[in-house]
Design a protein around this ligand. Structure first.
Ligand code: XIL
Length: 346
């Protein structure tokens, strides 16, 4: 599928991602990327995704890294990480202009020591704001937002290959969420956030990220229209993240075509927070549908699951690939097979 719009920024950033993916995947994956002759089925999620130039990541809580089962599973199976909470506004700027990067830095160093890539999540969101932000109005909030983006994106420049610049700004019906950002700053705030992120880290890929966008619907169409508008006006945006918090048996019949229509706008697409409530074959089948969709869309550059183990999931319906004892679930096998059998390179 050809892209319809010029995308010099994206091309530059895709090269950066390819480098990061190769570095993360290590020597074995480099040969897999270079040689097209009979690929051997890889035996871990990360190595398997790397065979098509993709990453397979997990959301990480730094305080779990001292648990052997957690660290071993994360380090063995994945080639990318994202901080589950440690890079959010409340964690990184607890007081105005006073940044605290300790939690995020811990995760970055752990990942870098193992050659893993790091996604950044998230610069601006209506939730998990520090209390001092919630009370700001007008230009005070605008300045705080830009200052926050600048401080965090500058600090992690060169460490993260992508940022979720703005998270969850739309409602189900496609209208803007009436957050403090929307109400105080007006419609232009998302664009302002992307411009600030681009100024702070010109090489990171800049994503808009949301949930409930698991098919062609009013919400995903509103985001699609925003991306198209950004592209036409040269607002810097490189990628769209599809959180994909779903449940076994959810109707995902337009999931792939939804990814594809965004890709055709000239942005990359990423599955950013995948988890599937359920168990057994139903859960496995839904995971398989999502992975197959990403593999079928050449601009789907990677998949992140929202946690390593059911034991520490934010949900209580066992939505992840490893159980409480770090045993591989049926869903794990379905995902690994889908990655190994998957279509073209990204
Ligand atoms: C969640 C974390 O998993 C929880 O630990 C935290 O209490 C709340 O946030 N969408 C997002 C993520 O973009 O940041 C959220 O993460 C899950 C929903």
């Amino acid at each position: 599928m050809t892209d319809q719009l010029p995308r010099p920024r994206s091309v530059r950033r895709r090269l950066a991602l390819a480098t990061a993916a190769v570095a993360a995947a290590g020597i074995a994956a480099v040969s897999a990327l270079v040689f097209t002759s009979p690929a051997q089925a890889a035996t871990t999620l990360g190595a398997s995704a790397a065979e098509s130039g993709r990453y397979f990541g997990a959301a990480v809580a730094g305080n779990r890294l001292s648990e052997a089962g957690y660290a071993n599973t994360l380090g063995t199976e994945f080639n990318s990480v994202v901080a589950e909470n440690a890079m959010k506004w409340d964690a990184t700027e607890p007081n105005p202009g006073q940044f605290n990067f300790s939690g995020g830095d811990q995760i970055v160093s752990w990942a870098q020591a193992r050659g893993m890539a790091v996604r950044g999540h998230t610069l601006v969101w209506h939730a998990q704001q520090p209390g001092w932000v919630e009370g700001l109005t007008g230009n005070n909030l605008r300045n705080a937002m830009v200052n926050h983006i600048t401080g965090v994106a500058n600090h992690y420049e060169g460490d993260v290959f992508a940022w979720d610049v703005v998270n969850e700004a739309f409602e189900w019906d496609g209208s803007r969420r009436q957050s403090n950002l929307q109400q105080q700053l007006g419609n232009g705030w998302i664009e302002e956030a992307f411009r600030a992120a681009d100024a702070a880290d010109p090489n990171a890929r800049l994503c808009y990220n949301d949930y409930g966008t698991d098919g062609i619907n009013a919400k995903s169409t509103a985001i699609y229209n925003m991306v198209r508008d950004f592209q036409s006006r040269g607002v810097p945006i490189d990628c769209v993240g599809f959180q994909t918090h779903v449940s076994a048996g959810d109707n995902l019949s337009s999931y792939q075509s939804n990814l594809q229509r965004f890709a055709e706008l000239g942005v990359d697409v990423e599955i950013t927070e995948l988890d599937v409530g359920g168990s057994g074959s139903g859960q496995a089948a839904t995971y398989e549908t999502v992975v197959n969709a990403c593999m079928a869309v050449s601009r789907c550059t990677g998949i992140t699951v929202w946690g390593v183990t059911d034991k520490y999931s934010w949900r209580d319906d066992d939505p992840l690939l490893f159980d409480d004892n770090y045993q591989k679930k049926q869903a794990y096998t379905a995902v690994l097979n889908a990655l190994n059998e998957g279509g073209g390179t990204c």
